[in-house]
Design a protein around this ligand. Structure first.
Ligand code: TZP
Ligand code: MG
Length: 208
């Protein structure tokens, strides 16, 4: 399995870019310190999602940054991306691992009991989803909070990605609680200056 040693993970949402050019926002975020990108565009039909993935892959390749696709295995493989991220209502990580052994495979953990399943075992990183309540994704069961991050940290050696309302003001404490990487939509994509926002958060991570 590939090592997942990234620290600042941009998750995309065109709507969060507030009408600005999507690719410019992502490029600014990368310049600011984002070191892995996930394309997550829930509104798009498969063909458009694939086209957008191919274009984003070119941009990520330019900066030597891995691109990971949310949910859609066909798009992830066809687009020759680095991997795929799935939640509990998506394709099973075990199935994905069999079909695509070399992928970077991320799995969203919603409950601590899921940690001992084969789905978590085969994942390259575990996302604590959501770490804090967020308006960006509301169909979630419960929030992990800092206590939840500490609890999971004590139970696994998997790299932990924290997602959900993470921003410059709480980044350091989430890392100190045991997260290896922070995944962010709004605090970067909707910032006045996405490059600066990413850079400030990246500094918080380094300082934590
Ligand atoms: N999964 C759990 S929370 C979330 C996802 C995709 C949304 C994170 O967005 P934001 O705007 O950084 O809170
Ligand atoms: Mg999903």
């Amino acid at each position: 399995m590939p090592a997942f040693n990234h620290k600042l993970y941009l998750v995309t949402d065109e709507r969060a870019c507030l009408g600005r050019d999507f690719f410019k926002v992502v490029e600014a975020a990368i310049k600011g310190g984002v070191d892995v990108v996930q394309i997550r565009e829930k509104e798009l039909p498969e063909k458009e999602f694939l086209n957008k993935t191919l274009k984003l892959k070119e941009l990520c390749d330019k900066y030597n940054i891995p691109l990971i696709v949310n949910d859609m295995l066909s798009v992830a493989m066809h687009g020759r991306t680095a991997g795929i991220h799935v939640g509990n209502s998506d394709l099973s990580p075990v199935m994905i691992r069999m079909q695509w052994p070399e992928s970077v495979l991320g799995y969203s953990l919603e409950h601590v009991d899921q940690l001992s399943t084969s789905h978590a075992m085969v994942a390259d990183y575990i996302a604590l989803s959501p770490v804090f309540p967020t308006a960006t994704k509301t169909d979630t069961i419960t929030e992990w909070g800092l206590e939840g991050v500490r609890e999971v940290r004590a139970l696994t050696k998997h790299p932990l990605v924290a997602i959900g309302n993470v921003h410059a003001g709480n980044a350091a404490e989430v890392i100190r609680a045991g997260a290896n990487c922070l995944a962010i939509i709004t605090a970067i994509c909707s910032a006045n200056d996405p490059e600066r926002a990413a850079s400030v958060i990246r500094n918080e991570i380094e300082r934590a």
